[in-house]
Design a binder for this molecule. Sequence first.
Ligand SMILES: O=C(O)CCC(=O)C(=O)O
Length: 241
Amino acid sequence: MTTPASRKRKTLHEYFDRTAHTSNDRSRTSSVLQLSIPGLTLIPEFISRDEETALLTFLDGQDWRTDLNRRCLHYGGTYCLMPPRDASAEERKRIESTILKADNIPAKVDLVVDGMMERGLYDGKQRPAFCIVNEYMGTQGISAHVENFRFDSPVCGLTLNNGDSIRFHELVDANDASVRSRGACKVPRTGKKQDVWLPPRSLLVMSGESRTKWQHEIRHIKRPLNFKRVSLTFRTEKLVR
Ligand SMILES: O=C(O)CCC(=O)C(=O)O
């Protein structure tokens, strides 16, 4: 009588081989999923559960920005900051034109950057030096926008804790009108939209049209009690060639 493969007892070797795969061997990790939006891919299980827990614990102890509708952390080089929703016109202008120096990406987050480099996501480009961490609870979200053209492709987003869906809207033409100046909501759309599910520990990789001709948003919708999604969005500056 043969035992079905699913019920066959694992040998010690098979067991440890499997657990070893949850640690640092990036080359084996799950395959890259090509999504139907041009230039958009998703890498499930980009980091292990242990790495996710360690990152969440570390990030939770950091000094979060709390003046937006969600908690944020900004890392890397210089950064343009978004004014709060209730900022006066004068305050908005002042904040939008200010470029602040942010702390470098902390060493604890390096494992994510190392993983992206090992996978060749930034081949021939600079290592990502910019990272925004967003925390979404309850109905918190982020308005539809295209990735700022000042950054190079790809733009990569890691999801931690709870999964959620990100909504994409196709634009008539590529356009990076700023969400800060409220320009993003005036850009003509084709009416085509698509929701992409972001499972915990997955990495969304946006390049090509997915970041220049499609806006993305995390919708302000009701979510289950105790819902918390933390995302880390990595960017690299365009090299002047
Ligand atoms: O939370 C996300 O996955 C999206 C974040 C984002 O679009 C941004 O920081 O510009």
